[in-house]
Write a protein that binds this ligand. Sequence first.
Ligand SMILES: *Cc1c(COP(=O)(O)O)cnc(C)c1O
Length: 353
Amino acid sequence: MSKYWTPLASSLEPYVPGEQPKDKTYIKLNTNENPYPPSPKALEAMKEAANADLRLYPDPTCEELVQAAANYYGLSPKQTFAGNGSDELLAFAFAAFFDPARPVLFPDITYSFYKVYAKLCGITPKLIPLDEQFQVPIDQFAGDHGGMILPNPNAPTAILIPLDQVRKLLEANPDRVVIIDEAYIDFGGESAVKLVPEYPNLLVIQTLSKSRSLAGLRVGLAFGSEELIDGLNRIKNSFNSYTMDRLALRGAVAALQDEAYFQETTAKVVATRDGIIASLKELGFIVTDSKANFLLISHPSYSAADLFKQLREQGILVRYFNSPRIDNYLRVTVGTDEEMAQFLKVLKRLIGA
Ligand SMILES: *Cc1c(COP(=O)(O)O)cnc(C)c1O
């Protein structure tokens, strides 16, 4: 606490990002980064963009990137928005669309940043419990509320909500904005972007951080009806008109245009994931049906908190959340085949298998 802080600053409970340790080299399976490098074409585009034009401000409308993202999904640029990481887009969307006079709905087990944005925007969350199998109870996302947000696949459960269920959410809540956070959709899900022309209350948020290996660049995209995109622009231009720098704009366009590389690297992550799921089940682990680039795992006979510590000592970082219902689970990012082989080897030793 500080006497210089506003009541708002004092009241916040900031998000704690997964660690990026510098003490030694770990096999890093803790922040859902992609194990493969970004598209070589994206790197090349950024090198070219590192030129004298950096003395000039970037394009505040991010026109080239918005057009590329719109083309990718067959939408209009008026239905498309780009920003500095999807975390920034989420903050804008909370401020633009969620009514502070009513509770905003999200699952009890979900991306922990949502609570933080809610607090920042003076919004009261209403947590809807996932069922015993961590499935989203779609019918309970209804009633008198100020809007809702769900990641799809959910994090950290990795479980996908099928598109017909997303459609149900949109139809049951026509007067409220439904945000679908698709940070992991490219690893086996069907995107709700194709529903944008049908549902004016749908906002889909995506990121280049996971499936396009660009977490370090900070690029997020949003897709929705023209009125929702206008709403995001109102908040953005009341906060920071130049959210995206020249290098990020060029790199993101080149990444979106390199479809072959994107398909190849996401397919590799999916293949590795499906292999490791089978191996973990053989060791007696409970593993959710992951459609993301990470796994949520638990062993009936071993404490997740202990395994987390022991893995760390052995040079393998995973994520442990000391939160209700998932405090005996580990979230494990899917790395390369070599990294996952090492993870399995250490894990087998730890559980004496
Ligand atoms: C990683 C993640 C984000 C944030 O992505 P950035 O674009 O890197 O800010 C948003 N939502 C969920 C559910 C995530 O896991």
